[in-house]
Design a protein around this ligand. Sequence first.
Ligand code: ADP
Length: 801
Amino acid sequence: MSDRAKILCVDDTPENLLALEAILEPLGQELVRAESGEEALRRLLQDEVALILLDVQMPGLDGFQTAALIKQRERTRHVPIIFLTAISKDAEHVFRGYETGAVDYLLKPLDPDVLRMKVRVFVELWQKTAELRRQAEQLRAQELAALERESTERYRSLADSLPQIVFTATPEARVTYYNQRWYEYTGFAPDDEPDWAVVIHPDDLDGVLARWGESVESGRPWECEYRLRRSSDGAYRWHLGHSLPVRGEDGEIVSWVGTVLDIEDRKRQDDRTKFLAEAGWVLGSSLDYEQTLADVARLAVPRIADWCTVDVFRDGKLERLALEHADPLKVVLARELQETMLRAAGAAGAAAIRTHEPVLVSEVDEPALRSFGFTEGQLEIARDLAPRSYVTVPLSARGEVFGSISLVTAESGRTYDEDDLALAVELARHSAAAIDNAHLFEEAERRGRAARALEAVGDGVFLVDRGGAIRLWNPAAATITGVPEQDVIGRPIEDVVQSWKEISALIPVASKPGELVRAETVPVEFGGRELWLSGSGVGFEEGVVYAFRDLTEERALEELKAEFVATVSHELRTPLAAIYGSAQTVRRTDLDLDDEIRDELLGVIATESDRLAGIVNDLLLASHLDSGRLPVSIERCDALELANSVVDTARTHLPEQIELSLDTPKRAVPVAADRGQLQQVLVNLVDNAIKYSPDGGNVMLKVAKADSRIRFTVSDEGLGIPPSEHRRIFEKFYRLDPDMTRGIGGTGLGLYICRELVRRMDGSLWVESQLGAGSSFMLELPAAEQAKPRRTSARKPAKAR
Ligand code: ADP
């Protein structure tokens, strides 16, 4: 500020102004002139004046009005005003002048000395005030500087007390300040020029610098995650760097203020969570646990470990399933230690499997290395690999230990703590569950296959538990016995199988699977049906499994064969005996036989030979029918003619007490059949009707037309057949009275042959009868109009009806 005061001289007369200048000039101050009140006000807007000399009489704004306006303005209110007037010095003027803020009142003509003296007083006053103001400003500036120093100090100490690194930097990102934390962490001294390559992880350095470059260029905040080396242990820890530009009043960047936060723990926690999620996903992705565990080991390195091994029991022997490290060369070296490590009972990690408890070795020192029982050569390799810490966690599920997982730190410089142990335990839990699941699935599959085989197998299989209750009853068991599964499961076997006690005593049971026993065939009754079941059992921890097959039919066949042999031998023996006896008699020379007796005996031989031939024919025919070797030749035949011939033949040997009659329509009845075979059937039915009417009675052969079919009915008034046997009499060798209590012989083949022949001619044969009330055998064949002449090949079985 200039020490020269500005004095504003206001007068509408330039001469007066000139005079004023002349008077005041010796004061050496700056004079500012104004020729009207308005101009004076304008001047005051620009200049700061120390004193105003104001003419009272002026056109426009006079001195008083001008003074009043000056006093109204805040900035000019305190500027002293000396009124200059030529008019009067009466009290009113003086009073008005003072009222409007004048400090003095001078009358023209002015006394130069007085004016100069007065002006000087005001100028000095102004100068004093200005000086005072300057001093006050200086003082304020000093105070401010002190305050600023103080606050910077405060900020610094605040920054120093912060747990994170704080820094400031020039607009070009050259660091100007670091807080205490930085020096503690990096180990640098405040005078050191920080070498980034030393503190920032080599893999992250380029990224960090590139980001800074971008931020300096664009002025946008800098943000970057990178690893910083901790001087205390050489470990690289993840940090989050963050910096904002500080801008001056015109918006240009004056500095950067930044923080660097240690996010290692948070990041590790994130990594762990992410790793566990990924491992869980991998483990759940397949049931091939050997593959998934190897994948998990790969996933673990280097994220949570420098080394990862997975060891599992195979056939009771611990084997290494996975060995992972980022450097294949080191893997090769580590393989040299593998066998020894797997068998190292003395190492801390081995206890994990033994005790089912996780083990944390936070510092692998020389004794820890030696505890593996390495040879000197191996020890050297182990030292080279320089493990720092490790955790070994057993892989166990439901009380069973499948192996172990180990995580090892080495070159990363990390050491494991309780948190890492917890992570390893969690990983092992997932992994063991995967192994357990795979085992369970395998077991379930095996059981499923066994169950499916049991479902499909033709033999009946059932399981009786130690308490005697049925626990399994396969479909074949249900089919053979006719008892459905849901009716037997959980029920005592004795309730399901009648006389189980006796039966089970007969069935051999092997004491263990694989032991051979011969199945026994026993009769068992189910639902009133007798079944012949051949079975054996095997005992195991849950009870006994029985397997059986249905031999009822085979048994019946056996019986049938025995019956057949008995019947046929008997049937053959009777005529043979007659033939033999007759022939012997005829041959005797000691007997004198007359011609009549000789003829009679020869007649017996001829008749019985016929009968023998008949039996043998039947047997042959039956066997031909069975093997499908009997040709059928369907033709148009006259049923009336056939019936007549059958009845005529029968009459030749009709017993006395039998009345044989024929009932036919008047007109010819054409039927489609094999003539010879139809005749054979009718002869057989009529013969049977006569044979099984030992007490005599009417036998009738009736022929009738029924729609498109021809029906033959052979009825008698003989022994009759109970309805329960109506089906069975058509079976091969089946006879109602096999012991011939009524003395009626037969092979049991006749009706079987009849049914088979009728079937081949597209006909049907059935019986209606009651025991003791005679029988009616019905035979229906197609009428000839419908039937086209045809010839079947001998081999082709006829369509069953
Ligand atoms: P066979 O007469 O040689 O015994 P079949 O097959 O002709 O053999 O007959 C089977 C069984 O059917 C006979 O043993 C007999 O018991 C019964 N049977 C057949 N025809 C009659 C009938 N007309 N009346 C009563 N029973 C009969």
